[in-house]
Structures are given as structure tokens and as C-alpha cells.
Design a protein around this ligand. Structure first.
Ligand code: VAH
Length: 317
């Protein structure tokens, strides 16, 4: 029998595309999208949708009971840049939403949980190149702290209560269907939109800031793959390193110039530079590739071609 899925934070950058993919895989009526508001009307009108506060345990529980939910994808969070502006709000949302979902799984109300972590769990003392699965994690952002602590709780709930929670340390994610919000890697999405609209972009990270990144299609592929894997294949119950490509603002600008020779790039680093400088430049995801056969499809050139093609349709139609 197909899963009955609830996506919390369905209107976000990942949630938007994850909802579409999960509805393709499981059937529209088996995937309930939810968010704190109805800001993405096309999503609201595309299938079952409920307004849901990720911080309200009883509301989540009632939704699971009413819709016979057995699986939750918890995608709601305040990201790195926003978390530095509103630390207590980020702690409240990122941690309490996780406890609500883990406790629903512990009680048996639901059977399976996906929870996104991030390379933000790493900090300035982490080996920066080919960062291993098991290494020093001393994050210097509120967001990174919530993700590091969340990983510890996920592993604890699995080991102590048998909760089937699965997690991925997403890198920066690039997509054209939904804008990111409040992230440090958002420049790598904004640049494509500005290249089409204005022919230029001013990066808030310096030209040589090398960060792990991934095209959204690969992120969605990894998310559905880890959730479909047999439980016995999941050897990491904190969160899996995941990687695809690493690039600098200069390199992404060059990939755009290869298709748009007149594109102009300038640099004006802001407070997000310090966040980016605390993160690794590349990630060793060999454990994910071994445990559940992960592999990425998009390199920088293929991603740039897809982003520019799709955004030209959006802005020039
Ligand atoms: C952020 N996009 O920039 C998120 C991500 C690795 C970065 O977690 O905060």
C-alpha cells in the first residue's frame, strides 16, 4: 500500500520540487503539502494542501491522524543568513519542529521521517577539502548549531526508540522553480535570474569562495533514494554527507559567460562571507554512494545550461 506522506514546509525551495516529485512517485492524493501560509498558489491548487505551523505539535498530530499520514518530510527551517539575524527564532523553529516529528514517530503515530541537515554542521576547524563523513563539527552559525544538534537527536531517537529517521547534509542547492530564502549559497541562484534580467550580477561572496553545491534535480533524487533504501542499508543515522559539484562565484560566472559573453560579474562581500568562510570547499560522500548507490548527474556546465534555458522561458515568454 502506498505511503501517505506529509511535507512540512512544502512551499520552500526544496519543498516545492519535492512535493511534485513525491506526487509523481506516490500519487497526488497520497502527498499532503503543508506550509505556514499559502504563498505558492500553484502548489496549493495542485493537490491536498493544509496550512500548518511546524512549531505546533497538536496541529501536526491532528493532521497525521486526519490524513492517516505514515511518513513526514520536515523541510521547514530558517537558514544560515536568517538564523544569524534571528537566532532564537531559528532555534525555536529548527529544533522544536524536529522534536515534534521525532516524538510522533517514537509514539508510533508515523513510521518514517526525512529531515534535512546541511554542510553547515561543519565549521572553521573542520578539514575543508574532501570533508569526511566523521570529522570535527564546530559550527559557528545558529543554523549550523541547530543542524548539528538535530543530527545528534536523530541518531539518539533511532538508537534508543527505533525511529526510522533518515537525513542528508545538503550542500548549497540551485534551482529555477522556487527561490531560496535566507541562505548564504543563495547567490548561486540569484546570479542566473540577474544574468537573464539584467545581464550582470553583484556577488555577496568573494570570487574565490569555493563551496559544495548541487542542482535541485540531484538533491531531489538523493532524497527519494535514501527514503526508498532498505532500512538495513542505512548505516548513518545522524546525517549523510552528500556532494555533487564545488565551485566559486568566479567559476559560475565563467560558465554563464560561455553562453552569455556580455554577462558582467562584480563582487561586494557582505556578512555572509564569514559564514561561507566557515564551511568546507568539498565533501567526501563515499558512504552515501556505498550505502544507497548515490550518484549525481549535473556538473556546473550542465546545470548552467539548464538554469539559463528554463529562466529564459520564464522571463522572455
Ligand atoms: C544556506 N542554502 O545557505 C543553505 C545551505 C549549505 C547551505 O544549508 O544556509
Amino acid at each position: 500500500m502506498s505511503s501517505k506522506i506529509l511535507i512540512i514546509g512544502a512551499c520552500g525551495q526544496i519543498g516545492t520540487e519535492l512535493t511534485t516529485k513525491l506526487r509523481e512517485l506516490h500519487g497526488v492524493d497520497n502527498v499532503i503539502a503543508s506550509d505556514i501560509n499559502t504563498r505558492k498558489l500553484e502548489l496549493v491548487n495542485a493537490g491536498p494542501f493544509v496550512i500548518l505551523d511546524a512549531k505546533n505539535f497538536n496541529a501536526i498530530k491532528d493532521c497525521c491522524i486526519n490524513h492517516k499520514v505514515d511518513t513526514i518530510y520536515l523541510m521547514a527551517a530558517l537558514l544560515s543568513a536568517t538564523g544569524e539575524k534571528y537566532p532564537m527564532e531559528a532555534w525555536d523553529l529548527n529544533m522544536n519542529s524536529l522534536f515534534h516529528v521525532l516524538n510522533l514517530a517514537k509514539s508510533g503515530q508515523i513510521k518514517k521521517v526525512f529531515w534535512p541537515s546541511s554542510i553547515a554542521v561543519f565549521g572553521p576547524t573542520t578539514p575543508t577539502k574532501n570533508t569526511p563523513q566523521h570529522t570535527i563539527c564546530e559550527p559557528t552559525t545558529v543554523y549550523g548549531i541547530t543542524k548539528q544538534v538535530g543530527e545528534r537527536w536523530c541518531e539518539y531517537y533511532h538508537d534508543k526508540y527505533g525511529v526510522d529517521v533518515r537525513s542528508i547534509r545538503y550542500p548549497g542547492i540551485i534551482s529555477h522553480k522556487a527561490m531560496p530564502g535566507g541562505g548564504t549559497t543563495d547567490y548561486a541562484v540569484e546570479i542566473y535570474h540577474e544574468a537573464i534580467k539584467e545581464g550582470k550580477y553583484e556577488s555577496f561572496l568573494s570570487e574565490d569562495t569555493n563551496l559544495p553545491m548541487m542542482f535541485m534535480d540531484d538533491a531531489i533524487k538523493a532524497t527519494t533514494q535514501i527514503m526508498a533504501a532498505p532500512a538495513e542499508d542505512i548505516t548513518i543515522r545522524s546525517s549523510y554527507n552528500l556532494s555533487a559539484i564545488s565551485f566559486t562565484p568566479k567559476e559560475i560566472a565563467e560558465s554563464i559567460k560561455a553562453e552569455m559573453p556580455d554577462f558582467k560579474m562584480t563582487y561586494k562581500p557582505d556578512f555572509r562571507q564569514a559564514i561561507a568562510d566557515s564551511w568546507p570547499s568539498s565533501i567526501d560522500d563515499s558512504v552515501a554512494r556505498k550505502d544507497w548507490n548515490w550518484s549525481h548527474d549535473f556538473d556546473l556546465e550542465k546545470m548552467t545550461s539548464e538554469m539559463l534555458t528554463q529562466l529564459k522561458k520564464k522571463y522572455q515568454s
